[in-house]
Design a protein around this ligand. Structure first.
Ligand SMILES: C[S@@+](CC[C@H](N)C(=O)[O-])C[C@H]1O[C@@H](n2cnc3c(N)ncnc32)[C@H](O)[C@@H]1O
Length: 187
């Protein structure tokens, strides 16, 4: 199932079949991690579950109903484009790929194009633009000196949170890691 995206027949799958495959992999691969290699192929090792709940029909239907009822639109596009039409008083939350806590941390490896510090800086510019328009913006990231320095203008409204990060591939390093919550407003 995981290898399917390395095979030519993958292209003939319907969108629903592709989505079903991702749900299956999400429920059976290691820790629910989503990661792809540089060719965009899913490469998470299989997990050890005794009885994975692969098809949670009630939850899937409830989520589907909610998304439909509230006319939620899911976009698969770059963040800058996604918020292009944001206007005053809109709320925007960014949950970008984590800035690595150490040079060997592998968090940034799970996107086809990577998400390096140039991207983090581009995101900060978008954060500023939305602030200037009058949007309420929230952004989470790992607590690194780079991120704290990048968002130092928002120092007054930055919160440090202890977050359980369950997607570290090294079990010992899982547990609690500090994260930052950058806000452009007071709570
Ligand atoms: C920390 S994860 C967010 C997880 C999500 N909040 C959730 O609960 O499933 C970061 C996400 O940013 C996405 N991403 C990477 N580069 C992006 C870009 N340029 N524009 C928009 N999203 C991007 C990645 O594909 C990944 O899904």
């Amino acid at each position: 199932m995981r290898n399917l995206d390395r095979m030519s027949e993958y292209e003939s799958l319907s969108e629903v079949e592709k989505a079903a495959r991702i749900i299956y992999l999400n429920k059976t691969c290691y820790n629910g991690l989503f990661r792809v290699n540089s060719q965009g192929q899913f490469n998470v090792p299989f997990g050890r579950y005794k009885k994975p709940n692969i098809l949670d029909e009630a939850v899937l239907k409830a989520v589907s109903k909610y998304l439909k009822r509230h006319h939620v639109k899911l976009l698969d596009i770059d963040f800058e484009k996604a918020v292009k039409n944001a206007k005053k008083d809109d709320f925007v939350y960014f949950d970008p790929p984590y800035d690595p806590v150490s040079d060997t941390a592998s968090f940034t490896g799970y996107d086809v194009n990577g998400f390096n510090r140039t991207e983090q800086k581009r995101l900060k510019r978008v954060f500023d633009d939305l602030t200037n328009i009058g949007c309420r913006v929230m952004l989470s990231n790992s607590r690194t000196n780079f991120i704290l320095d990048l968002y130092k203008d928002y120092h007054q409204t930055t919160k440090i949170v202890r977050a359980a990060r369950s997607i570290n591939s090294k079990a010992l390093k899982r547990g609690k890691v500090d994260e930052v919550l950058i806000l452009n407003y007071e709570i």
